[in-house]
Design a protein around this ligand. Structure first.
Ligand SMILES: *Cc1c(COP(=O)(O)O)cnc(C)c1O
Length: 396
């Protein structure tokens, strides 16, 4: 008797973790459209729209703007492997897991890596970056705008100015900020930036938008050595996404459909409205969580609207609470990583998942799962505070 397999069967979920977020059904519908060839004229039109819409979401005119095949980490690796040549000195700001990942990748590229470090849950202090830059020169300074492992939104202006004064390129990780939090590549002078699809763009994981300005593009095209990675070499990939349409690897056609639709929805909503929506729902979540007597873990004044870290109260089994949320309510949130393992929950309000419904559902479900562990919070206090916040802060 051979083994039988059922048709694909995945339960219904509400995604409020560190990503992926829930996809707009329109995105999933776009993704199920018939696959065509990667050089089909209809697909080329889809590619062109996607690049235009990517420039909009990055707020850039950069010619070298495209979605890399792979998830956010492929975007990180693309930027680092194309910019770093063996022996290049690079400065990386580490305030959480994703800063650490950049250090790992930059070392694998042959870079000589220096870091600026802070405890997880705090922002990088520009004063420390200034001190480190004095030991330069560096080819680049890399920093994460939205540290998904800690819930911090990193201010970028001073770090960018300092890097440029010292002749370094600026690399920004915008995986959890793109499409959810203000990000202005050209206005802010970011040389290279990468994102991901499954966080605030609410598209399935699988593509990594990247953008390079002219200075960064010249650093890639003028390398002394070949890019170590054949797959991620922008010198070749830009000939497929650019005018030439040279085959490099088969584009993940249906992922590009999905991204085009996700970006179209961002464009339709409007960036400013979208950022305001993320801020508003985060504000309601903060109000609710604090009214329940819980504590927000990230540094005040620098909290990331798309991802909130909530300190786990003493005596609570944090993994059990997450399990209960998933099994009882179909609701996914994340646990802590690294320095914050076991200490925080990570609650995402990203893209399509950033909604009034989700804030209220999470707060009431959290009350129930805490009660199951004998932790009493004032009945209904979380949802009442969130509703009051939303009423006092209407969407304009
Ligand atoms: C999620 C994330 C990544 C990695 O993206 P993957 O899609 O998981 O490969 C990188 N940086 C940040 C800040 C992230 O949140």
């Amino acid at each position: 008797m051979s083994k039988q397999y059922s048709e694909l069967n995945v339960g219904s979920r509400i995604l409020m973790g560190p990503g992926p977020s829930d996809c707009d059904p329109k995105v999933l519908r776009a993704m199920s459209v018939q696959t065509v060839g990667h050089l089909d004229p209809d697909f080329i039109a889809v590619m062109n729209d996607t690049v235009e819409l990517l420039r909009h979401v990055f707020q850039t005119e950069n010619q070298m703007t495209l979605p890399m095949s792979g998830t956010g980490s492929a975007g990180m690796e693309t930027v680092l492997v194309n910019l770093i040549e063996p022996g290049d000195r690079v400065l990386i700001c580490v305030a959480g897991l994703f800063g650490q990942r950049m250090v790992d990748i930059a070392g694998r590229c042959g870079g000589v890596v220096e870091t600026v470090q802070v405890p997880w849950g705090r922002i990088i202090d520009p004063g420390e970056v200034k001190k480190a830059l004095a030991k330069g020169p560096y080819k680049l300074v890399a920093i994460v705008q939205a540290e998904t492992s800690t819930g911090i939104l990193q201010p970028l202006d001073e770090v960018i100015a300092l890097a440029h004064e010292n002749g370094a390129l600026v690399v920004v990780d915008a995986v959890t900020s793109i499409g959810g939090v203000e990000l202005r590549v050209d206005k802010w002078g970011i040389d290279t930036c990468y994102g991901g699809t499954q966080k605030c763009l609410s598209c399935p994981p699988g593509l990594a938008p990247v953008t390079f300005n002219e200075t960064a593009r010249k650093a890639v095209t003028g390398r002394r050595s070949k890019v170590q990675s054949w797959y991620l070499d922008l010198n070749m990939i830009q000939n497929y996404w650019g005018q030439e349409r040279f085959y490099h690897h088969t584009a993940p056609v249906n992922m590009v459909y999905a991204l085009r639709e996700a970006l179209r929805l961002v464009y339709e909503e409007g960036l400013d409205k979208r950022f305001a929506r993320h801020l508003r729902h985060a504000g309601a979540l903060y109000a609710g969580v604090t009214a329940m007597g819980l504590r927000l873990a990230a540094q005040e004044g620098h909290r990331l609207p798309s991802l909130t870290t909530v300190a786990v109260p003493d005596g609570v089994d944090e993994a059990r609470a997450r399990r209960d949320l998933l099994n009882g309510f179909g609701l996914e949130i994340g646990g802590g990583l690294g320095e914050l393992k076991g200490k925080v929950w990570r609650v995402g309000l990203m893209g399509y998942s950033s909604s009034h419904r989700n804030v209220v559902l999470f707060l009431s479900a959290l009350e129930a799962v805490l009660k199951a562990q004998g932790v009493k919070t004032p009945a209904g206090a979380g949802t009442a505070a969130a509703e009051a916040y939303l009423a006092a802060n209407p969407l304009k």
